[in-house]
Design a protein around this ligand. Structure first.
Ligand code: ADP
Ligand code: MG
Length: 379
């Protein structure tokens, strides 16, 4: 990989909140940023030098993006082929091959297992003929579409074969996985940074709490045994090496059973919601890392500088008349950092922003974040 320095142009596929925080990091370092996103109101368009407002498969705009010195992506549901094509013209990370794996749960799981790591017990469902008594050991379970799922979308809880047939029909028989519902004791994620020449750095694992399948809080350091956290980092690094990955990779894991076994849930070939605390609580943010790694530079220090808790701000917090949540408590708190993504439409379940609370301990950070989150709803 070539080393790329400011004021070179960097391109990104996608201009949502991840693209927006990437753009801020890149601009701060003196790079120019070109964002491709079909939404005129894409959050990253607030900061980018150029917003190519077009579909992700628009050949003319992809050609424009290819004029950048390096290109990356903010999400996995881009065409992996488009990324492979871009890679013929400019420096692209992560690779189209890594994105192709991360965007398909079937490929992803079989690939995680090939890397010698454990996943939740699952079966592929490619057609109605796959639904029979062989699946009973996987119930109760969750049917997940193989592609295009996020924030719990494309998922249905299943307790009987008949329900499974109905749910499969509701998703129009697209390829799916049926996962056994596992006894989750905790969820953790590790964000790994890996450069083109194989240098790696991993952030401390985040302890993640979800509501309705959507991340609600990430607490760091995770309040789990040190041995388990060391193991979680090793798993994430192993996956990054096995993929010969370049860039920022997030690995979500489940902690199951009394013995606290780690199962790999899914990977994301990009910065992750559970890594937003790295902006305010770590030596370098996951977005600075994305900039560095796509530019051929080594990973920066991932060190955690303070215990913290990140809380997501969803569209549910906006009142029916569209008026804003009460920001006063978060803004007045001296150790809370508010990030709003500038999205106009506050739909339920939509990620509108987040805040990160720094504290002396993880417990205190979590308590404060929950209290401040409650105060957003008040009035
Ligand atoms: P998404 O792509 O929407 O993030 P995930 O597969 O990560 O989908 O599922 C979202 C959340 O749903 C998980 O973080 C976890 O809380 C819960 N979940 C998913 N799969 C299982 C499972 N097999 N057993 C128990 N809980 C699960
Ligand atoms: Mg997930």
């Amino acid at each position: 990989m070539k080393n790329i320095y400011p004021p070179a142009k960097l391109g990104i596929l996608g201009g949502g909140q991840l693209g927006s925080m990437f753009t801020l990091a890149a601009k701060t370092m003196g790079y120019q940023v070109v964002v491709l996103d079909p939404d005129v109101a894409a959050p990253a368009a607030r900061f980018a030098d150029v917003h190519l407002c077009a579909p992700f498969d628009n050949q003319a705009e992809l050609f424009q993006l290819a004029q950048c010195s390096a290109v990356t992506t903010e999400f996995e549901n881009v065409s992996a082929q488009a990324m492979l094509d871009l890679a013929k013209q400019t420096q692209v990370s992560p690779s189209g091959a890594s994105v192709a794996i991360a965007q398909n749960r079937i490929l992803e799981k079989s690939w995680i297992r090939r890397a010698g790591l454990e996943t939740v017990p699952y079966r592929e469902i490619n057609g109605v003929q796959d639904i029979d008594a062989h699946l009973l050991p996987y119930l109760p379970g969750i049917l997940k579409t193989a592609t295009l799922g996020y924030d719990g979308k494309g998922q249905t809880r299943i307790s009987a074969l008949e329900e499974l047939r109905e749910a499969f029909s509701r998703v129009n028989h697209v390829p799916c996985v049926l996962e056994k519902l596992v006894d989750l004791r905790a969820e953790v994620s590790v964000i790994v940074c890996r450069s083109g020449d194989g240098q790696v750095a991993a952030y401390d694992p985040a302890e993640n709490h979800h509501g309705n399948g959507i991340l609600a809080y990430s607490i760091v350091p995770a309040r789990l045994p040190e041995t388990l956290l060391v193991q979680a980092k090793q798993i994430a690094l192993k996956l990054a090496d096995a993929l010969d990955y370049v860039g920022v990779l997030a690995v979500e894991m489940f902690v199951v059973g009394d013995d606290g076994r780690l199962l790999v849930n899914e990977i994301a070939p990009r910065p992750h919601n559970s890594g937003h605390h790295t902006i305010d609580a770590c030596a370098a943010s996951q977005f600075q890392q994305q900039v560095r790694l796509m530019c051929g530079l080594p990973p920066a220090d991932t060190r955690l500088l303070s215990a913290c808790c990140m809380a997501n701000i969803l569209g549910d917090l906006w009142r029916a008349d569209g008026s804003e949540p009460d920001w006063s408590a978060v803004l007045e708190h001296p150790r809370a950092h508010l990030h709003l993504y500038g999205k106009a439409e506050p739909r339920p379940g939509r990620k509108m922003g987040h805040f990160t609370v720094l504290a002396d301990t993880a417990d205190e950070a979590y308590q404060t974040a929950r209290e401040l989150h409650r105060r957003l709803q008040a009035k």
